[in-house]
Design a protein around this ligand. Structure first.
Ligand code: IPE
Ligand code: IPE
Ligand code: MG
Length: 246
């Protein structure tokens, strides 16, 4: 029995989010530039998409570029943006043949024009697809997202459109970039780092966290099946006792 067959098809997370980390360290180990690690990381993205399609996962969110990543050397930032444009263009037909839609979360206004244009074209081209949604977190940070939500909600209160008593969890969720996307049941971080790095802070309230030592460019379909198998072994209690759930 291979690892896909071991997975319980009745308990597949609808939404998996991945902090793709370790490209730089992977490249260094090969005696290569950091950008080489990012380019090989694209292969791990393909592997993850294939695994999600095989399992029937509906949303795959990939932390691709954080608002803090602008602080990296200019060459690396430029290289990542170019790679993004190239990759989206190269993968478009494959994504379409897999009936995969594209969603972007993050501050798209702050991206280079070439990148924003490519993303908009791709979103439009893939807009009828609904088997899997690939959600790219780009120029994203959770504090930026929450700050915007607070600004929007306070404007609505100021304009008398809502009363502050009407501010519910649901209302806040609807002001986030992930509006209409279920919270991720499973968050994975590669490369052995045990932190969240400003990712989906509101949405991860009850996510299961899974950390693996595997560096992102080495991440294979099999690694995603392992993560889901581990997820399925957990008891999600949401504040209740074990006895209450069984
Ligand atoms: C993740 O790999 C990719 C991005 C953050 C864009 P890193 O580039 O962070 O790789 P390490 O952590 O330096 O090894
Ligand atoms: C988080 O990785 C951001 C992305 C994966 C895009 P980083 O490598 O930037 O995170 P830190 O700096 O190690 O926390
Ligand atoms: Mg890193």
């Amino acid at each position: 029995m291979n690892s896909l067959e071991k997975i319980d098809k009745n308990n597949i997370p609808q939404h998996i989010a991945i902090i793709m980390d370790g490209n730089g360290r992977w490249a260094k180990k090969q005696g290569q530039e950091r950008l080489y690690g990012h380019s090989i990381g694209v292969e791990a993205v393909r592997e993850s998409i294939n695994a999600c399609l095989s399992m029937g996962v509906k949303y795959l969110t990939l932390y691709t570029f954080s608002t803090e990543n602008w602080n990296r050397p200019k060459d690396e930032v430029d290289g990542i943006m170019n790679l993004l444009v190239q990759t989206i263009s190269n993968e478009l037909e494959l994504l379409n043949s897999h009936q995969t839609g594209l969603i972007v979360i993050g501050d798209e206004e702050g991206l280079p024009d070439s990148c924003r244009d490519e993303l908009n074209e791709a979103k439009e081209y893939l807009s009828k697809n609904n088997k899997l949604y690939l959600v790219l977190a780009l120029n994203y940070s959770a504090r930026w997202e929450i700050k915007n939500a607070i600004k929007n909600i306070s404007e609505q209160v100021k304009d008398g459109k809502i009363n502050s008593k009407e501010i519910t969890d649901e209302l806040i969720s609807n002001e986030l970039c992930t509006k209409n996307i279920p919270d991720p049941e499973l968050i994975i971080r590669t490369s052995g780092e045990h932190r969240i790095s400003n990712f989906l802070l509101w949405q991860l309230a009850y996510s299961e966290l899974y950390f693996t030592e595997v560096l992102w460019p080495d991440f294979k379909e099999e690694d995603l099946y392992l993560a889901v198998t581990n997820f399925q072994s957990r008891e999600r209690r949401f504040g209740q006792t074990s006895e209450q759930i069984i």
